[in-house]
Design a protein around this ligand. Structure first.
Ligand code: 6GU
Length: 247
């Protein structure tokens, strides 16, 4: 899979894709990631990519022409429907987008190219989202100054779902979030650190008991931190009773 990131700050991405799973996937030839300076697709001496908003107001708006030309040159077309048919996605990162979820990440991981447009907080000419963009995406309900940090998040979340990018040991963690549940707590040596003990059950090697304990802790944490996820779980009456029973 190929990622082409369109940005006015290409240097922002420096070495951010040179670590961990993303590095390994790139080295293995599973993915290519490249950041492109949007100004490359301007034609004026000052390489202007933005302009004042029609109708007035604060801030500048990213112009459509460089973005359309960039997508044409990187993806070979500038029509959202045609691009989607060809297995290519044009993602606009903006606070107005639909929320990035594990489900959307998995969908993007099946396409062959994602052109990622990093919006600026002030805005992007609406003809971009209207005609060119296949997916307008936000990473959460808070304000970033631009889409660049979100592009890093998106690439990471998608790359780890590309077949072969993860070792088999880590794929189970995915399953856990895919099942709508937060992960259970993890411990390693030493069994006692500054008076803090590792839960006794984990030291025993009773696999069925350990699995029950992990499931219970995952459910408790999900209920406490993510009531929205907890509500959607379809728990049996037994499991609900067990959650409130003493251990
Ligand atoms: Cl994708 N962009 C900006 N500017 N702010 C955001 C965002 C994206 N996602 C959450 N906040």
């Amino acid at each position: 899979m190929r990622f082409d990131i369109l940005t006015i700050f290409p240097d922002f991405f420096g070495a951010v894709f040179d670590y961990g799973i993303v590095r390994r996937a790139r080295s293995a030839g599973l993915v290519e990631v490249e950041a492109h300076d949007l100004r490359r697709w301007t034609h004026d001496r000052h390489k202007i990519v933005d302009d004042r908003p029609f109708g007035g107001g604060d801030g500048m708006v990213l112009k459509p022409e460089p973005i359309f030309e960039a997508v044409e040159s990187l993806a070979g077309a500038s029509d959202a429907l045609a691009l989607r048919e060809a297995g290519r996605r044009v993602v606009l990162l903006s606070p107005q987008g639909r929320r990035l979820t594990q489900e959307l990440a998995a969908e993007l991981a099946t396409c062959e190219q994602a052109v990622i447009i990093c919006g600026r907080y002030e805005g992007v000419d609406e003809r971009v989202s209207g005609a060119l963009v296949t997916d307008e995406v936000s990473i959460g309900d808070y304000v970033l100054s631009g889409g660049e940090p979100a592009a890093v998040v998106l690439v990471d979340a998608v790359v780890r779902l590309i077949p072969g990018a993860l070792g088999s040991e880590t794929s189970a963690v995915n399953e856990s979030f895919a099942a709508g549940l937060l992960d259970f707590p993890h411990y390693t040596r030493p069994p006692e650190f500054r008076g803090l003990r590792v839960p006794e059950i984990l030291l025993g090697g009773h696999h069925a008991e350990i699995a029950r304990w992990r499931r219970r802790r995952a459910l408790e944490k999900t209920r406490r931190n993510r009531a929205d996820l907890f509500e959607k779980l379809e728990l049996s009456a037994d499991e609900l009773r067990e959650l409130d029973a003493p251990e």
